[in-house]
Design a protein around this ligand. Structure first.
Ligand code: AMP
Length: 413
């Protein structure tokens, strides 16, 4: 027996009910982002591997463990995109977008790929909506983007979500801070959990997340990055917060927030669902004022976020779909089929969702089918045309296709 073929591990098929919910979220995103001046943009699904090594950070989990990398026939190393920002920055440089009026605001939607261990809410191919504002370090962009993501989560029905917010300052501030934190932790080695002690050199920030009582006591007195920001970065963060306060958006300042990518500077944030378990991050992002330069472009600040559509759908539960009214065109005898086909085209042309008999059912079977699919009206085409009101059962003869369409429109209200 041949092996049953299945979708690859960590991937999913989007079936119609989910497909409709996705389209709805995509419309909400296009609408909200569009109103704030963000333009649709797309980049390829694969890029030179080097783009991600440089743009995501060679030391990150993504680059070290999670990339789907392959060689093309000419021996070039290519990688399925694990995130959107690096490619958008690449495109900004490649198309000389720094010559456009700044900031350049873009959004994108599509599949992303990470070789992670699959679990609820975590896939190897997943969908992100992503928004970026390039070419200005104005704190109102940080606030605007955060508010746009909050609005998207809310309108998608995926709330409530907790917003964690912090500032990472510059890479230099961060490096000096990490040295200070390591020194502090070394001074308290004996009180720390073994796990934290083992990771002290590689990842001292982990200590903030420990559930070990001794470690927690030590961390209560640990230095915080937010207290070490230089004056310009502290001022920038204060302005972002003031704008969010003025907009009435609640957030928790969380100086332990770390994001998975190397390139963040200043603002970082993440929205966490209060409804999801282990994989609770709905979306997040931050500012990356050095990234474009890192990729060979002119010094250009930027800020953006990405949100996971599968997670948003999980958090939004089974929202009822506003289903469009449907019409069914039944075909009495084969000779009437061409006429019925033309009539269905006419109804569709008028914007009515219309289906027609296409599976050789008997008239009885067709009416049953129309009923089952929830048709509001059925147009029965034989030698004449009749329009049936599926709610009352009333059936009316009409003279021609135009009159049939008018009656259908009347029934749909
Ligand atoms: P990140 O850039 O890692 O912060 O990802 C942004 C958002 O994408 C996350 O908050 C998740 O909602 C979503 N996401 C990231 N990785 C995955 C994954 N492997 N499966 C599903 N969603 C993901």
């Amino acid at each position: 027996v041949s092996r049953k073929l299945q979708a690859p591990r960590g991937t999913l098929d989007v079936q119609p009910a989910d497909g409709r919910r996705r389209l709805r979220i995509q419309r909400i995103a296009a609408d909200g982002l569009g109103r704030a001046g963000y333009e649709p943009f797309d980049t390829p699904v694969f890029e030179d591997t080097e783009l991600f090594a440089r743009g995501v950070g060679a030391s990150t989990d993504i680059v070290q463990k999670e990339m789907f990398t392959f060689e093309d026939k000419a021996g070039r190393s290519l990688t399925l995109r694990p995130e959107a920002t690096a490619a958008i920055c690449r495109a900004y440089v490649e198309h000389g977008m720094h010559k456009l009026p700044q900031p350049v605001k873009l959004w994108t939607w599509g599949p992303f790929f990470r070789h992670e261990a699959p679990q609820a809410g975590r896939f190897r191919q997943f969908t992100q909506v992503d928004a970026e504002a390039l070419g200005s370090d104005d704190p109102s962009l940080d606030a605007e983007l955060i508010l746009l993501l909050a609005e998207l989560i809310e309108r998608a029905g995926a709330g409530p979500a907790r917003l964690r917010l912090s500032s990472l300052g510059t890479p230099e501030t961060r490096a000096a801070y990490l040295d200070e934190l390591r020194d502090y932790l070394r001074g308290h080695q004996g009180e720390l959990s073994e796990d934290v002690r083992d990771r002290l050199e590689a990842n001292p920030l982990r200590a903030f997340d420990a559930d070990h009582a001794g470690t927690q006591a030590v961390m209560a007195g640990a230095p915080r990055l937010l207290d070490r920001l230089d004056p310009a970065d502290a001022e920038h963060f204060a302005e972002v917060r003031a704008l969010l306060d003025a907009a009435g958006l609640a957030y928790d300042v969380d100086s332990t927030l770390v994001r998975g990518l190397d390139y963040y500077t200043r603002t970082v944030f993440e929205f966490e669902s209060e409804r999801l378990g282990a994989q609770a991050a709905l979306g997040g992002g931050g500012r990356y004022d050095r990234l474009i330069e890192e990729l060979g472009g002119p010094p250009t600040p930027g800020v953006g976020w990405a949100a996971g559509i599968e997670r948003i759908l999980l958090a939004s539960g089974a929202e009822p779909e506003e289903s469009e009214p449907r019409v069914f065109v039944a075909v009495v005898t084969h000779p009437a089929r061409d006429h019925a086909f033309g009539l269905a085209q006419l109804l569709r042309g008028r914007g009515i969702r219309t289906e027609i008999e296409q599976a050789g059912r008997s008239m009885k079977g067709q009416l049953k089918h129309a009923d089952r699919m929830g048709a509001r009206a059925t147009v029965i085409v034989g030698e004449g045309i009749e329009v049936k009101d599926m709610d009352t059962g009333e059936q009316r003869s009409v003279r021609d296709a135009d009159e049939a369409a008018a009656r259908v429109e009347e029934l749909l209200g």
